[in-house]
Design a protein around this ligand. Structure first.
Ligand code: FES
Length: 257
């Protein structure tokens, strides 16, 4: 284990949604290269509190790449320099002594800043509320082999279900579009047999809810590059395909034949 010295952190500080905000520089030393990026921020916060200053507000929960709450733009890249890695799993060995690291919140109209590095991502909740579920009577779990699922379909559904809803796709997109998030959430249900009953109403509701809050996709592909779970933009094509089918006149009649 070695330590990083003389790190300069340029961190976005903003008192609340109405505040203009500004960058503030902090110097920090003796950071273990085994520390995670969030642990490094913890050390900085302890130092600030010890000096009687206000700690930096940032989101986190599981710190193991599952919950999707960590959300930092590090040196202009969502979740920082390591591909396929959430901020909480980024380690300080990716940096070196003397580095200046710029840390910002997600920048997107649909994600207003609450304070410092924390943003409000409840626009994602509106998309999920509109159709990101299946409606089924509860009861005992059925025998799994009663509903066979082809292996490639199960694999694709699980790939989509890896989305942790962090919002990196939106932050990385020049249009602030949420197509990768919505596509992952639509696809993991629309691919599986259990999701078929609401397939067409789900995709319409979720795409239209997405359009209420987020920008439009123009195929930049930045979302796929920024995604900590490396979710493929192929799911966006699948979502668009399902949306078009759902919009076919008399779709309901066709599906009942
Ligand atoms: S803190 Fe849960 S994914 Fe990073």
């Amino acid at each position: 284990m070695s330590h990083l010295e003389n790190l300069v952190l340029k961190i976005w500080r903003q008192n609340g949604p109405g505040d203009a905000g500004r960058f503030q520089s902090y110097r920090i030393d003796r950071i273990s290269d085994e520390a995670s990026f969030l642990e490094m921020l913890d050390v900085l916060n302890e130092k600030l509190i010890g000096e009687g200053l206000e700690a930096i507000t940032f989101d986190h929960d599981c710190r193991e790449g599952i919950c999707g709450t960590c959300s930092l733009m590090i040196d202009g890249r969502a979740h920082g320099p390591q591909k396929g890695t959430a901020t909480c799993q980024l380690h300080m060995r990716m940096f070196k002594s003397g580095d200046t690291i710029v840390v910002e919140p997600w920048r997107a109209t649909a994600f207003p800043i609450i304070k410092d590095l924390m943003v409000d991502r409840s626009a994602f909740d509106r998309i999920i509320e509109s159709g990101g579920f299946i409606t089924a009577s509860t009861g005992g779990a059925p025998e799994a082999n009663l509903t066979p699922v082809p292996k490639p379909v199960a694999d694709a559904a699980m790939d989509a279900a890896e989305c942790i809803g962090c919002g990196a796709c939106v932050a990385a997109c020049p249009n602030g579009a949420a197509n990768l998030f919505a596509a992952a959430k639509v696809s993991h249900l629309n691919l599986l047999p259990q999701g078929q009953a609401e397939r067409w109403s789900r995709v319409q509701a979720m795409v239209e809810s997405m359009d209420d809050y987020f920008g439009s996709c123009t195929n930049h592909g930045e979302c796929e590059a920024a995604c900590p779970k490396e979710i493929s933009i192929d799911f966006i094509a699948l979502m668009h395909s399902d949306y078009l089918k759902a919009k076919i006149k008399d779709r309901k009649l066709i599906s009942q034949q």
